[in-house]
Write a protein that binds this ligand. Structure first.
Ligand code: ZN
Ligand code: FE
Length: 259
């Protein structure tokens, strides 16, 4: 049985720890900082066999060097399309990542947009999507394009509904506030907001979420919904084509007026 544990880092990052029961070899996803990972693994008597990276930003790669110094046998894997120091295996869409002697398998997905070469890992009904899809929201467009991010989110939304979404930040409550600006009458969103507030009140993670919940409540995955389109048109002040134009308006709206 594969388990996935968050190791908190910085203010709101999650470094995901992947382990199999009875196997001391573990992997981490997006180690922005080595210190909390080393402390956790040493306390539990675990050894690092792999580092998986989604994109080049410092809060996702800053711990690579320190972890490699502590566990030289750990294989550092990440996107071929981004300049990241210390990568030993370059990955692109369609590649497969094997952990735990092949017992754990992930497919690599190309999901550019937040950055130009961002990748995600999907397998075992889990998705590690870095800063592309967030619980209740999505990443900003930095070195990629709006078109890329739109198509990447569509690709992720097409994964099975039960897929668990492990994003790299605890942004959910903030994201759902914007979602309510867009869809104040969405009942699933209201319920999610209540549940999310309760988790945050006791400092519990709101990640992972399920893809089905994202498709019901995350406005960035709902650009074809008439109500979402109407809200985006009110903000933009003119008519928008369903789909990409609505997505772009939502992303700009959140960047300019909400964050
Ligand atoms: Zn990032
Ligand atoms: Fe980040």
């Amino acid at each position: 049985m594969l388990s996935c544990t968050p190791i908190p880092a910085f203010d709101d990052n999650y470094i995901w720890l992947l382990q199999r029961e009875g196997d001391p070899r573990v992997a981490v996803v997006d180690p922005g900082d080595e210190a909390p990972v080393i402390a956790h693994l040493e306390a539990e008597g675990l050894a690092l066999e792999a580092i998986l990276v989604t994109h080049k930003h410092w809060d996702h790669v800053g711990g690579i060097e320190g972890l490699k110094a502590r566990w030289p046998e750990a294989l550092v894997q990440g996107p071929a399309g981004e300049p990241i120091r210390g990568l030993e295996r370059l990955l692109a869409g369609g590649d497969e990542v094997l952990l735990h002697d092949g017992e754990t398998r992930f497919q690599v997905l190309d999901v550019p947009g937040h950055t130009e070469g961002h990748i995600a890992y999907h397998g075992e009904s889990l998705l590690f999507c870095g800063d592309t899809l967030f619980a209740g929201g999505c990443g900003r467009v930095f070195s990629g394009t709006f078109e890329q991010l739109y198509h990447s989110l569509r690709k992720l939304a097409a994964l099975p509904a039960h897929t668990l979404v492990y994003c790299a930040h605890e942004y959910t409550l903030d994201n759902l506030g914007f979602a309510q600006w867009v869809e104040p009458d969405n009942e699933a969103l209201k319920a999610r907001l209540i549940a999310t507030r309760q988790l945050r009140e006791r400092d519990a993670p709101t990640v992972p979420s399920a893809m089905v919940l994202e498709t019901l409540t995350n406005p960035f995955l709902r650009c074809d919904e008439p109500g979402v389109r109407a809200a985006a048109e009110r903000w933009a002040g003119h008519a928008l084509e369903p789909g990409f134009e609505v997505f772009r308006a939502l992303r700009l709206w959140k960047d300019k007026d909400y964050d």
